[in-house]
Design a protein around this ligand. Structure first.
Ligand code: UDP
Ligand code: MG
Length: 313
C-alpha cells in the first residue's frame, strides 16, 4: 500500500463546508507525518461542490476527487470512496464537520495498540433537534432488538478502520448498504471513542425523516430475518386465540345461547385483515430487496476523477 492514511468524505451540496474541511483535514493529516490522501466524493451535488473539489484536486496532490454520475445517497458515496482509497488506514468522516477531525491522533493511537476499528460514539449532540436525537437513539435500540449483529448505540459512520476492514467492506456486494452494520458484521477488534457531535459548520442536514426511515428499513432487513419469523409466531398466536374462540362459540351453541354480535365479528375481520396486509407488506419488502439484489447492477457510475493533480477518468 503506497499511502498511510486515506480520509473519506462523501459530499452532497457542501460547497460552503469544503474550504474549512480542507483546511482542518490538511492540518490534522500533515501532523501525522505519514503519506495521506483525502478522497472527496461528489454525490450528484447541484451546487458548486464538484468544480470546487476538482480544482482542489488539481492544486493539491493529496486530494483525490471523484464525481459520481448522480445522487446515490451517503452510503453509496462512501462505498465508492472505500473502493478507491489507497491508504493502509481510512478515516470516514462527514463533510459538514459535525464530527471533529481533531480526534484522529487519538484514533491512530488506539489503532497502534492493535484495534482494527475505532468508531466515534456520540455522547453529546449539539445543534440537532429533539426529534432527531430521540429518533436516532430509539432507532439503535429497535435495530439491536431485531437484528442479529450488534451495532453499538450512538455510533455513526465516523470511524477509523484499517486495510483488513476496508477489504472486508469492499468484499460485501449488497446494493442496500448500511455500512456501520457491515462493519459490525465484519468483526475484528473494535473499540469506540466518546466524543461530542457538533452542529453543522454550514448548511442543513440532508437526512430528513424519509431518509432515516429508509436507512432503518435497510438496517433491519439487511441484518435480520426476524420480522419474517415474528409474523409466523404472531400467526400462531392468533390461531390459538381463534381456537379458544371456537370452543366458546360451539359451547354457547350447544347450550342454545346463540352468540350475538355482528359488531365483534366485523371488528375481528377488519383487524385480522389489516394484520395480514401488514405482514404481506413485510414479506414484500424482503422480496423487493431480493429482486433488486438479484440484478447485480453496479452500485454507482463514475463521471470523472482527479488524482495526483491530473484527470484520470
Ligand atoms: N451526503 C451524501 N449524499 C446524500 C446526502 C448526504 O453524500 O445524498 C453526505 C453529506 O454531504 C455529508 C454526509 O453525507 O457529508 C452526512 O450527511 P448529513 O450531514 O446531511 O447527515 P446528518 O449528519 O444530519 O445525519
Ligand atoms: Mg451532518
Amino acid at each position: 500500500m503506497e499511502l498511510d492514511l486515506s480520509v473519506l468524505v462523501p459530499c452532497y451540496n457542501e460547497e460552503q463546508n469544503l474550504p474549512e474541511l480542507y483546511k482542518r483535514l490538511t492540518q490534522i493529516c500533515s501532523a501525522t507525518r505519514g503519506r495521506y490522501e483525502i478522497v472527496l466524493v461528489n454525490d450528484g451535488s447541484t451546487d458548486g461542490t464538484w468544480p470546487m473539489m476538482s480544482e482542489m484536486a488539481a492544486q493539491d496532490r493529496h486530494i483525490t476527487s471523484i464525481n459520481l454520475s448522480r445522487n446515490y445517497g451517503h452510503q453509496i458515496a462512501l462505498t465508492a470512496a472505500l473502493k478507491h482509497c489507497r491508504g493502509k488506514r481510512a478515516l470516514i468522516i462527514d463533510a459538514d464537520l459535525q464530527d471533529p477531525p481533531e480526534l484522529l491522533p487519538q484514533m491512530m493511537a488506539l489503532m497502534d495498540q492493535g484495534y482494527d476499528v475505532i468508531s466515534g460514539k456520540r455522547i453529546h449532540r449539539k445543534g440537532e433537534s429533539w426529534f432527531k436525537k430521540t429518533s436516532a437513539s430509539g432507532f439503535y435500540r429497535v435495530l439491536n432488538m431485531l437484528s442479529d449483529v450488534k451495532i453499538p448505540a450512538d455510533t455513526g459512520d465516523f470511524r477509523l478502520i484499517n486495510r483488513k476492514v476496508i477489504e472486508a467492506l469492499n468484499a460485501m456486494p449488497e446494493a442496500h448498504r448500511f455500512i456501520r452494520g457491515l462493519c459490525a458484521l465484519a468483526g475484528f477488534k473494535q473499540v469506540s471513542l466518546d466524543y461530542t457531535r457538533h452542529a453543522r459548520f454550514a448548511g442543513k442536514t440532508h437526512y430528513g425523516l424519509h431518509h432515516m426511515i429508509q436507512l432503518a428499513v435497510t438496517a433491519v432487513t439487511g441484518f435480520s430475518v426476524r420480522p419474517l419469523r415474528l409474523t409466523f409466531y404472531f400467526g400462531l398466536l392468533l390461531a390459538a386465540i381463534g381456537a379458544l374462540l371456537l370452543v366458546y362459540v360451539l359451547g354457547s351453541w350447544l347450550m342454545h345461547r346463540t352468540v350475538q354480535g355482528w359488531t365483534s365479528l366485523a371488528i375481528l375481520i377488519i383487524t385480522l385483515q389489516s394484520i395480514q396486509f401488514i405482514f404481506l407488506g413485510i414479506i414484500g419488502e424482503y422480496l423487493a430487496r431480493t429482486f433488486v439484489e438479484s440484478k447485480h447492477r453496479p452500485l454507482y457510475f463514475i463521471d470523472g476523477m482527479v488524482q495526483n493533480g491530473v484527470e484520470v477518468q
